[in-house]
Design a protein around this ligand. Structure first.
Ligand code: BES
Ligand code: MN
Ligand code: ZN
Length: 488
């Protein structure tokens, strides 16, 4: 388990600066004016800081940019990191600056001289998020983050403002750890066990096992998992922080490993399919964050946990299975398994909870990566108001999302000769036909968004707030959507 750095906020103590042995961080705004702490750093370094801020390179920097002065004389510190950041910088600039500090931090202790910066908690959140590293399976010497001390004018206010941000960091780290885990560790059983541990935070957690899923008629979900020796499970997590009203529902695809099944994937890159539970990981991370910050909202998270394996018991191409809803599906390609899992969980979520709205997240199609790369998730929706609210929330959290179309025309493509629909229909509009398949399992009266996160759940290059690998994309955006919608 990776735990976020726990920052300590204290009022500025100028005399501590000289003796600090880690990395000292000073903030300098556009005007180049040095605050009290920066003046102390400048005096101790006999004017080095001022020479830096008066140099041409500094003028070219924008808010959030950084420069290092290594082993400065006059200070015990191993580096002074100069951050260009104005006192009134926006939330996103403050987070960006924090991320640059977190990226450089590695195993060093950090002293941030934040003065009277407006968004101290956001700078800290950016720092903490970027300092993530998944080291659970490394032996020998591992570099873990050092201590973080943020000195500022009003330490109490900063500490209070960080309470919610800290909950979000915990949620994001929970998601990233789940996504990073290999599939021999994070089996369906282990995933369910980790979710059951959330009970300690006040969440209601229920695990539905195969006999119950069978009774409920979740045949499309069970068909995906029937070739695996790990049993299929649906986990229901409830957070009741609001009144008596119906909950908002989050639904996640939790394929702990996707070999493709009998329609087996090529070997090259197949190891990436440990992240095919990314949707379920985001749902879990949001639920954890909501519980930790005691959100005043009713939210239910449902995840379908299965493993897609080739086996003598595995489903075959050509099989016809009946969904919980009653629609029959011809399985053309066993590698289009995510939609088979989600169809039953979406239906179950609506039958049981009558949610006021529903968002599903899934690493559903390779086609969405072709369309949008690793910058944006694909958003599909039957409700403009909900979708716009989500896109706004994602934008303000710096998480890319782009709306994609749905339309009756695409339904023609998923018609089957022998069943009601088929699960695969070739390459054109691959992400849309997958979304259109899901839409069949969403009632007209349920406002719904489908997020195809295949490109953003785990990425080949670092992002602003995460090293390469698991990002936790969506935890902040969904938390914001829920806050905006129910806690405003
Ligand atoms: N899990 C994959 C989608 C995926 C691909 C996620 C790359 C992350 C990175 C999904 O189950 C899948 O295999 N989809 C197929 C659908 C096709 C058979 C209709 C795909 O995208 O090729
Ligand atoms: Mn697949
Ligand atoms: Zn998959």
């Amino acid at each position: 388990m990776t735990t976020p750095i726990k920052p300590k906020f204290t009022t500025t103590d100028l005399d501590a600066i000289g003796e600090f042995t880690g990395r000292v961080v000073v903030l300098v705004g556009e005007d180049g004016k040095l605050d009290q702490a920066a003046r102390r750093v400048n005096r101790l370094t006999r004017g080095a800081l001022l020479r830096l801020t008066e140099a041409e390179d500094f003028a070219k920097m924008t808010d959030g940019d950084v420069q290092d002065m290594a082993f400065p004389s006059g200070l015990a510190a191993c580096a002074v990191q100069v951050v260009r950041l104005s006192r009134n910088a926006s939330v996103s600039a403050a987070r960006k600056a924090g991320a640059a500090i977190g990226k450089a931090a590695r195993d060093k202790d950090i002293l941030v001289l934040a003065g009277n910066l407006k968004h101290v908690a956001d700078l800290t959140l950016g720092l903490v998020l970027r300092a993530y590293a998944f080291n659970d399976h490394k032996t020998g010497e591992v570099k873990t983050p050092g201590a973080l001390n943020v000195m500022c004018k009003d330490a109490e206010a900063a500490q209070a403002a960080y309470a919610d941000a800290g909950a979000l960091a915990e949620g994001v780290f929970f998601t990233r750890d789940l996504v990073s885990e290999p599939a021999n560790v994070l089996t369906t059983v282990e995933f369910a066990r980790r979710l059951e541990e959330l009970k300690g935070l006040g969440l209601k957690v229920q695990v539905l096992d195969e006999p119950e899923l069978e009774k409920l008629g979740m045949r499309t979900l069970l068909a995906v998992g029937q070739g695996s020796s790990s049993p299929s499970k649906v986990v229901v997590m409830e957070w009741q922080g609001g009144g008596k009203e119906s909950p908002f529902a989050l639904v996640g695809k939790g394929v702990v490993f996707d070999t493709g099944g009998i329609s087996i994937k090529p070997a090259l890159g197949m190891e990436d399919m440990t992240m095919d539970m990314g949707g379920a990981g985001v749902v879990a991370g949001v639920m954890k964050a909501l519980a930790l910050r005691k959100a005043k909202a009713n939210v239910v998270g449902l995840v379908g946990l299965v493993e897609n394996m080739p086996d003598g018991k595995a489903q075959r191409p050509g099989d016809v299975v009946r969904s919980m809803k009653g629609d029959t599906v011809e399985v053309i390609n066993t590698d289009a398994e995510g939609r088979l899992v989600l169809s039953d969980v979406l239906w179950y979520a609506q039958e049981r909870f009558k949610p006021v709205g529903m968002v599903d997240l899934a690493t559903l199609t390779g086609a969405i990566i072709i369309g949008l790369g690793h910058e944006n998730a694909g958003a599909f929706s039957n409700d403009d108001a909900l979708c716009n609210a989500f896109l706004k929330a994602a934008g303000s959290e710096g998480e890319g999302a782009w709306r994609m179309p749905l339309g009756a025309g695409y339904d023609e493509l998923i018609k089957s000769n022998i069943a009601d629909i088929k699960n695969s229909c070739g390459r054109p509009a691959g992400s849309i036909t997958a979304a259109q398949f899901l839409k069949r399992f969403v009632k007209d009266e349920t406002p719904w968004i489908h997020l195809d996160i295949a490109g953003v759940a785990s990425v080949p290059k670092e992002t602003s707030f995460a090293p390469k690998g698991a990002t936790g994309w969506g935890v902040l955006a969904l938390n914001r959507l829920i806050a905006d919608k129910f806690e405003g």
